[in-house]
Design a protein around this ligand. Structure first.
Ligand code: NAD
Length: 286
Protein backbone atom coordinates (compact mmCIF):
# COMPACT_ATOMS: atom_id res chain seq x y z
CA UNK A 1 0.00 0.00 0.00
CA UNK A 2 1.28 3.44 -0.89
CA UNK A 3 2.06 5.77 2.01
CA UNK A 4 0.88 9.35 2.44
CA UNK A 5 3.72 11.83 1.95
CA UNK A 6 2.31 13.79 4.90
CA UNK A 7 2.04 11.62 8.01
CA UNK A 8 0.60 14.25 10.37
CA UNK A 9 -2.49 15.90 8.98
CA UNK A 10 -5.47 17.87 10.28
CA UNK A 11 -8.83 18.15 8.54
CA UNK A 12 -11.17 20.98 9.54
CA UNK A 13 -14.85 20.25 8.96
CA UNK A 14 -16.22 16.71 9.27
CA UNK A 15 -19.07 17.05 6.73
CA UNK A 16 -19.55 15.36 3.36
CA UNK A 17 -16.01 16.14 2.24
CA UNK A 18 -14.05 16.43 5.49
CA UNK A 19 -14.81 12.91 6.66
CA UNK A 20 -13.87 11.46 3.25
CA UNK A 21 -10.60 13.41 3.21
CA UNK A 22 -9.76 12.28 6.76
CA UNK A 23 -10.53 8.66 5.86
CA UNK A 24 -8.33 8.84 2.76
CA UNK A 25 -5.27 10.22 4.57
CA UNK A 26 -5.75 7.67 7.39
CA UNK A 27 -6.06 4.85 4.83
CA UNK A 28 -2.58 5.81 3.58
CA UNK A 29 -1.08 5.69 7.07
CA UNK A 30 -1.38 9.31 8.24
CA UNK A 31 -2.47 10.33 11.74
CA UNK A 32 -5.42 12.63 11.22
CA UNK A 33 -6.98 15.14 13.56
CA UNK A 34 -10.59 15.68 12.46
CA UNK A 35 -12.00 18.95 13.80
CA UNK A 36 -15.57 20.19 13.66
CA UNK A 37 -17.16 22.89 15.80
CA UNK A 38 -20.43 21.00 15.83
CA UNK A 39 -20.61 17.96 18.14
CA UNK A 40 -23.28 16.37 15.97
CA UNK A 41 -21.31 17.09 12.78
CA UNK A 42 -18.29 15.37 14.31
CA UNK A 43 -20.34 12.31 15.32
CA UNK A 44 -21.91 12.09 11.86
CA UNK A 45 -18.48 12.43 10.25
CA UNK A 46 -17.01 9.57 12.26
CA UNK A 47 -20.08 7.42 11.58
CA UNK A 48 -19.69 8.13 7.85
CA UNK A 49 -16.05 6.97 7.96
CA UNK A 50 -17.07 3.82 9.81
CA UNK A 51 -19.85 3.15 7.30
CA UNK A 52 -17.59 3.69 4.32
CA UNK A 53 -14.87 1.39 5.73
CA UNK A 54 -17.50 -1.27 6.49
CA UNK A 55 -18.60 -1.17 2.83
CA UNK A 56 -15.00 -1.80 1.69
CA UNK A 57 -14.75 -4.71 4.16
CA UNK A 58 -18.06 -6.14 2.92
CA UNK A 59 -16.87 -5.90 -0.68
CA UNK A 60 -13.74 -7.82 0.32
CA UNK A 61 -11.35 -5.03 -0.71
CA UNK A 62 -10.22 -4.16 2.85
CA UNK A 63 -9.36 -6.55 5.71
CA UNK A 64 -11.37 -5.83 8.87
CA UNK A 65 -8.21 -5.30 10.94
CA UNK A 66 -7.08 -2.60 8.48
CA UNK A 67 -10.45 -0.86 8.71
CA UNK A 68 -10.09 -0.74 12.50
CA UNK A 69 -6.54 0.59 12.23
CA UNK A 70 -7.65 3.32 9.78
CA UNK A 71 -10.44 4.44 12.11
CA UNK A 72 -8.04 4.43 15.07
CA UNK A 73 -5.76 6.87 13.20
CA UNK A 74 -8.55 9.49 13.10
CA UNK A 75 -8.72 11.60 16.27
CA UNK A 76 -11.85 13.73 16.58
CA UNK A 77 -11.83 17.15 18.23
CA UNK A 78 -14.17 20.10 18.63
CA UNK A 79 -11.33 22.57 19.14
CA UNK A 80 -9.57 24.27 16.24
CA UNK A 81 -6.99 25.25 18.88
CA UNK A 82 -6.04 21.57 19.25
CA UNK A 83 -4.35 21.63 15.83
CA UNK A 84 -0.66 22.29 16.36
CA UNK A 85 2.15 20.19 15.04
CA UNK A 86 0.91 18.95 11.67
CA UNK A 87 2.53 19.04 8.21
CA UNK A 88 -0.69 19.78 6.36
CA UNK A 89 -4.14 21.13 7.19
CA UNK A 90 -7.02 20.53 4.78
CA UNK A 91 -9.89 22.90 5.49
CA UNK A 92 -13.35 21.62 4.47
CA UNK A 93 -15.79 23.88 6.33
CA UNK A 94 -18.85 25.50 4.73
CA UNK A 95 -18.38 27.37 1.42
CA UNK A 96 -18.52 30.85 3.01
CA UNK A 97 -15.54 33.19 2.45
CA UNK A 98 -15.78 34.84 5.89
CA UNK A 99 -15.84 31.46 7.71
CA UNK A 100 -12.85 30.17 5.74
CA UNK A 101 -10.83 33.38 6.30
CA UNK A 102 -11.47 33.23 10.03
CA UNK A 103 -10.39 29.55 10.19
CA UNK A 104 -7.21 30.32 8.21
CA UNK A 105 -6.40 33.35 10.39
CA UNK A 106 -6.52 31.15 13.48
CA UNK A 107 -4.62 28.26 11.88
CA UNK A 108 -1.89 30.65 10.72
CA UNK A 109 -1.48 32.01 14.24
CA UNK A 110 -1.15 28.60 15.91
CA UNK A 111 0.55 26.28 13.37
CA UNK A 112 4.33 26.06 12.93
CA UNK A 113 5.91 27.84 9.96
CA UNK A 114 6.37 24.63 7.95
CA UNK A 115 2.67 23.69 8.01
CA UNK A 116 0.98 23.94 4.61
CA UNK A 117 -2.57 25.28 4.89
CA UNK A 118 -4.85 23.98 2.15
CA UNK A 119 -8.51 24.51 1.35
CA UNK A 120 -10.94 22.10 -0.25
CA UNK A 121 -13.01 25.06 -1.45
CA UNK A 122 -15.00 24.48 -4.62
CA UNK A 123 -14.89 28.04 -5.82
CA UNK A 124 -13.62 30.65 -3.35
CA UNK A 125 -10.41 32.47 -4.25
CA UNK A 126 -7.32 30.83 -2.75
CA UNK A 127 -5.55 34.18 -3.09
CA UNK A 128 -8.20 35.79 -0.89
CA UNK A 129 -8.10 33.00 1.70
CA UNK A 130 -4.29 33.21 1.72
CA UNK A 131 -4.44 36.96 2.33
CA UNK A 132 -5.91 36.31 5.77
CA UNK A 133 -2.60 34.64 6.74
CA UNK A 134 1.06 35.68 6.90
CA UNK A 135 2.13 32.62 4.87
CA UNK A 136 0.45 33.12 1.49
CA UNK A 137 3.27 31.13 -0.16
CA UNK A 138 2.21 28.06 1.87
CA UNK A 139 -1.53 28.34 1.21
CA UNK A 140 -3.01 26.29 -1.63
CA UNK A 141 -6.23 24.72 -2.92
CA UNK A 142 -6.54 20.96 -2.57
CA UNK A 143 -9.90 20.26 -4.17
CA UNK A 144 -10.91 16.65 -3.63
CA UNK A 145 -13.97 15.17 -5.32
CA UNK A 146 -16.97 13.50 -3.72
CA UNK A 147 -16.88 10.65 -2.60
CA UNK A 148 -13.22 11.22 -1.73
CA UNK A 149 -12.15 7.59 -1.09
CA UNK A 150 -13.31 6.62 -4.60
CA UNK A 151 -12.68 9.67 -6.79
CA UNK A 152 -9.23 9.95 -8.37
CA UNK A 153 -9.00 13.67 -9.09
CA UNK A 154 -7.46 16.39 -6.92
CA UNK A 155 -7.60 19.87 -8.45
CA UNK A 156 -4.56 21.70 -7.04
CA UNK A 157 -5.10 25.46 -7.10
CA UNK A 158 -2.22 27.89 -7.02
CA UNK A 159 -3.08 31.24 -5.49
CA UNK A 160 -1.30 34.43 -6.53
CA UNK A 161 1.47 33.93 -3.95
CA UNK A 162 1.55 30.11 -3.64
CA UNK A 163 5.17 29.01 -4.06
CA UNK A 164 6.39 26.47 -6.59
CA UNK A 165 7.73 24.43 -3.65
CA UNK A 166 4.31 24.26 -1.94
CA UNK A 167 2.65 23.33 -5.24
CA UNK A 168 5.18 20.57 -5.94
CA UNK A 169 4.74 19.14 -2.42
CA UNK A 170 0.96 19.10 -2.65
CA UNK A 171 1.04 17.54 -6.14
CA UNK A 172 3.32 14.78 -4.76
CA UNK A 173 1.20 14.41 -1.62
CA UNK A 174 -1.88 13.86 -3.81
CA UNK A 175 -0.02 11.22 -5.82
CA UNK A 176 1.01 9.50 -2.59
CA UNK A 177 -2.74 9.00 -1.93
CA UNK A 178 -2.94 7.38 -5.40
CA UNK A 179 -4.90 10.36 -6.73
CA UNK A 180 -4.31 12.22 -9.98
CA UNK A 181 -3.58 15.91 -9.32
CA UNK A 182 -4.26 18.58 -11.95
CA UNK A 183 -2.90 22.09 -11.46
CA UNK A 184 -5.31 24.99 -12.00
CA UNK A 185 -5.04 28.76 -11.68
CA UNK A 186 -7.00 30.72 -9.16
CA UNK A 187 -10.11 31.91 -11.04
CA UNK A 188 -13.67 31.47 -9.70
CA UNK A 189 -14.75 27.83 -9.80
CA UNK A 190 -11.32 26.79 -11.15
CA UNK A 191 -11.97 24.21 -13.91
CA UNK A 192 -14.28 21.67 -12.28
CA UNK A 193 -17.08 23.90 -11.03
CA UNK A 194 -16.76 26.52 -13.75
CA UNK A 195 -17.82 23.79 -16.16
CA UNK A 196 -20.04 21.65 -13.91
CA UNK A 197 -22.19 24.23 -12.11
CA UNK A 198 -23.62 25.99 -15.18
CA UNK A 199 -24.75 22.55 -16.37
CA UNK A 200 -26.43 21.72 -13.05
CA UNK A 201 -28.00 25.21 -12.93
CA UNK A 202 -29.37 24.79 -16.47
CA UNK A 203 -30.85 21.41 -15.50
CA UNK A 204 -32.68 23.15 -12.61
CA UNK A 205 -33.97 25.82 -15.04
CA UNK A 206 -35.25 22.98 -17.27
CA UNK A 207 -37.07 21.49 -14.27
CA UNK A 208 -38.48 24.88 -13.23
CA UNK A 209 -39.74 25.61 -16.74
CA UNK A 210 -41.25 22.13 -17.08
CA UNK A 211 -39.09 21.18 -20.03
CA UNK A 212 -39.02 17.64 -18.62
CA UNK A 213 -39.44 15.78 -15.32
CA UNK A 214 -36.50 15.32 -12.94
CA UNK A 215 -36.13 11.72 -14.15
CA UNK A 216 -36.43 12.86 -17.77
CA UNK A 217 -33.67 15.47 -17.41
CA UNK A 218 -31.33 13.03 -15.67
CA UNK A 219 -32.04 10.25 -18.18
CA UNK A 220 -31.24 12.52 -21.14
CA UNK A 221 -27.85 13.33 -19.67
CA UNK A 222 -27.11 9.74 -18.63
CA UNK A 223 -28.14 7.95 -21.81
CA UNK A 224 -27.63 10.78 -24.26
CA UNK A 225 -24.33 12.18 -22.99
CA UNK A 226 -22.97 9.09 -21.29
CA UNK A 227 -22.79 10.80 -17.88
CA UNK A 228 -22.69 8.24 -15.04
CA UNK A 229 -25.24 10.35 -13.10
CA UNK A 230 -27.83 12.91 -14.09
CA UNK A 231 -27.18 16.56 -13.09
CA UNK A 232 -30.08 16.71 -10.60
CA UNK A 233 -29.01 13.52 -8.80
CA UNK A 234 -25.45 14.84 -8.80
CA UNK A 235 -26.62 18.16 -7.29
CA UNK A 236 -28.35 16.16 -4.53
CA UNK A 237 -25.09 14.32 -3.86
CA UNK A 238 -23.03 17.53 -3.76
CA UNK A 239 -25.59 19.37 -1.61
CA UNK A 240 -27.97 22.01 -3.01
CA UNK A 241 -26.67 24.62 -0.54
CA UNK A 242 -23.11 23.95 -1.71
CA UNK A 243 -24.23 24.28 -5.38
CA UNK A 244 -25.96 27.58 -4.60
CA UNK A 245 -22.91 28.94 -2.76
CA UNK A 246 -20.65 28.02 -5.69
CA UNK A 247 -22.99 29.63 -8.23
CA UNK A 248 -23.02 32.83 -6.13
CA UNK A 249 -19.21 32.88 -6.20
CA UNK A 250 -19.14 32.32 -9.99
CA UNK A 251 -21.80 35.00 -10.54
CA UNK A 252 -20.05 37.58 -8.36
CA UNK A 253 -16.50 36.69 -9.42
CA UNK A 254 -17.03 36.49 -13.18
CA UNK A 255 -19.80 39.12 -13.32
CA UNK A 256 -21.75 37.31 -16.03
CA UNK A 257 -25.48 36.66 -15.68
CA UNK A 258 -25.09 33.25 -17.26
CA UNK A 259 -24.05 32.10 -13.77
CA UNK A 260 -27.12 33.48 -11.95
CA UNK A 261 -28.53 30.77 -9.65
CA UNK A 262 -31.91 29.39 -10.74
CA UNK A 263 -34.76 30.62 -8.48
CA UNK A 264 -35.93 27.03 -7.97
CA UNK A 265 -32.50 26.13 -6.54
CA UNK A 266 -32.81 29.08 -4.13
CA UNK A 267 -36.31 27.97 -3.15
CA UNK A 268 -35.23 24.40 -2.40
CA UNK A 269 -32.31 25.59 -0.27
CA UNK A 270 -34.58 28.03 1.59
CA UNK A 271 -36.95 25.12 2.31
CA UNK A 272 -34.11 23.03 3.74
CA UNK A 273 -34.13 20.61 0.78
CA UNK A 274 -30.36 20.26 0.68
CA UNK A 275 -30.12 16.95 -1.16
CA UNK A 276 -28.97 13.58 0.09
CA UNK A 277 -27.55 14.93 3.36
CA UNK A 278 -30.95 16.29 4.47
CA UNK A 279 -32.95 13.35 3.08
CA UNK A 280 -34.61 15.42 0.34
CA UNK A 281 -33.48 17.48 -2.61
CA UNK A 282 -34.64 16.97 -6.19
CA UNK A 283 -35.22 13.36 -5.08
CA UNK A 284 -36.22 11.80 -1.76
CA UNK A 285 -33.82 9.61 0.25
CA UNK A 286 -34.66 7.24 3.07
P1 NAD B 1 -20.89 20.17 4.78
O1 NAD B 1 -21.93 21.19 5.01
O2 NAD B 1 -21.27 18.74 4.57
O3 NAD B 1 -19.85 20.17 6.03
C1 NAD B 1 -19.24 21.33 6.54
C2 NAD B 1 -18.82 21.04 7.98
O4 NAD B 1 -18.03 22.14 8.45
C3 NAD B 1 -20.00 20.91 8.95
O5 NAD B 1 -19.91 19.67 9.66
C4 NAD B 1 -19.84 22.11 9.89
O6 NAD B 1 -20.25 21.83 11.23
C5 NAD B 1 -18.35 22.36 9.81
N1 NAD B 1 -17.93 23.71 10.18
C6 NAD B 1 -18.55 24.89 9.88
N2 NAD B 1 -17.82 25.93 10.38
C7 NAD B 1 -16.73 25.37 10.98
C8 NAD B 1 -15.60 25.92 11.66
N3 NAD B 1 -15.47 27.24 11.82
N4 NAD B 1 -14.67 25.07 12.16
C9 NAD B 1 -14.81 23.73 12.01
N5 NAD B 1 -15.87 23.16 11.38
C10 NAD B 1 -16.79 23.97 10.86
O7 NAD B 1 -20.01 20.71 3.57
P2 NAD B 1 -19.16 19.87 2.49
O8 NAD B 1 -20.06 19.46 1.39
O9 NAD B 1 -18.32 18.85 3.18
O10 NAD B 1 -18.23 21.03 1.91
C11 NAD B 1 -17.06 21.45 2.57
C12 NAD B 1 -16.16 22.18 1.60
O11 NAD B 1 -15.82 21.29 0.53
C13 NAD B 1 -16.82 23.40 0.94
O12 NAD B 1 -15.85 24.38 0.77
C14 NAD B 1 -17.30 22.84 -0.39
O13 NAD B 1 -17.41 23.83 -1.37
C15 NAD B 1 -16.19 21.86 -0.72
N6 NAD B 1 -16.53 20.76 -1.63
C16 NAD B 1 -17.72 20.12 -1.55
C17 NAD B 1 -18.00 19.06 -2.42
C18 NAD B 1 -19.28 18.28 -2.32
O14 NAD B 1 -19.55 17.45 -3.20
N7 NAD B 1 -20.08 18.47 -1.28
C19 NAD B 1 -17.04 18.66 -3.37
C20 NAD B 1 -15.81 19.33 -3.41
C21 NAD B 1 -15.56 20.37 -2.54
Amino acid sequence: MAKSLFQKVAVVGAGTMGNGIAQTFAAYGASVQLVDVDENGLKKGLAAIEGSLARFVKKGTLPEADAKAILARVTPSKELASIRDVELVVEAVVEKPEVKSSVFRQLDAQCPAHTILSSNTSSISITKIAASTKRADRVIGMHFMNPVPLMKLVEVIRGQETSAETTAKVMSASESLEKVPVEASDYPGFVSNRVLMPMINEAVFCLMEGVATREGIDTVMKLGMNHPMGPLALADLIGLDVCLDILEVLHAGLGDDKYRPCPLLRRYVAAGRLGKKSGKGFYEYS
